[in-house]
Design a protein around this ligand. Structure first.
Ligand code: HEC
Length: 175
């Protein structure tokens, strides 16, 4: 017992000394992020549409944005250039020669909005306004045959879109 107490009295000052040394050596990892920066990146959209912002866009508007800001990498109508194919796969996923496009693979349309908003165009991620993201999402869904030319995308309509491969995934956490 006496030994243990003596041990503690030696240890405590060392612990305080350690804390002082750590705070003096704190790595300089930047500065606190401003609330608007946090808000910009804290923008997760859930499969059921929770988190979708206000706004709307049509297929026609989306085509114009796509041709200007996306087709140089993804090709006209979503294929034929260096970046991922975004449309045009009519080979079943069970075939080894298939490709995983939005229409053949993605289970939720809301993910397309989230991904495009945070990551595309790859040379200027985060630069599209919500209306532009709705429009380009509408265009990509239309060229994949998921919605029609006349459909407008907004928080309500996008959340209701049923993707062709919605049931093509096996949930590993299913009971
Ligand atoms: C500078 C080139 C470039 C531009 C411009 C660009 N992309 Fe991409 N995009 C890519 C690359 C490369 C990938 C693959 C990224 C990866 O797999 O990590 C990609 C992936 C994607 C995907 C995911 C495809 C999939 O099935 O995995 C979508 C959707 C997408 N882009 C949409 C867009 C849209 C919409 C625009 C225009 C607003 C755009 N991209 C502009 C290069 C680009």
């Amino acid at each position: 017992m006496r030994n243990a107490r003596r041990h503690l009295s030696v240890f405590l000052p060392l612990a305080f000394l350690g804390a002082a040394v750590v705070s003096a050596d704190t790595p300089k990892l930047g500065e606190p992020a401003a609330p608007e920066v946090v808000a910009k990146w804290n923008s997760t959209i859930f499969p059921d549409g929770r988190g979708l912002p206000e706004g709307k866009g049509t297929v026609t508007e989306g085509r114009a944005i796509y041709d200007k800001k996306c087709s140089n990498c993804h090709g006209p109508e979503g294929r034929g250039e260096t970046a991922e194919e975004l449309a045009g796969n009519d080979v079943p996923l069970s075939d080894p020669d298939t490709s995983q496009t939005i229409g053949s693979y993605w289970p939720y349309a809301t993910t397309l909005f989230d991904y495009t908003r945070r990551a595309m165009p790859m040379d200027a991620p985060g630069s599209l306004a919500p209306d532009e993201v709705y429009a380009v999402t509408a265009y990509l869904l239309q060229i994949n045959g998921v919605i029609t030319e006349a459909d407008e995308m907004n928080a309500a309509t996008l959340a209701k879109v049923r993707m062709p491969n919605r049931d093509g995934f096996t949930r590993i956490d299913a009971k």
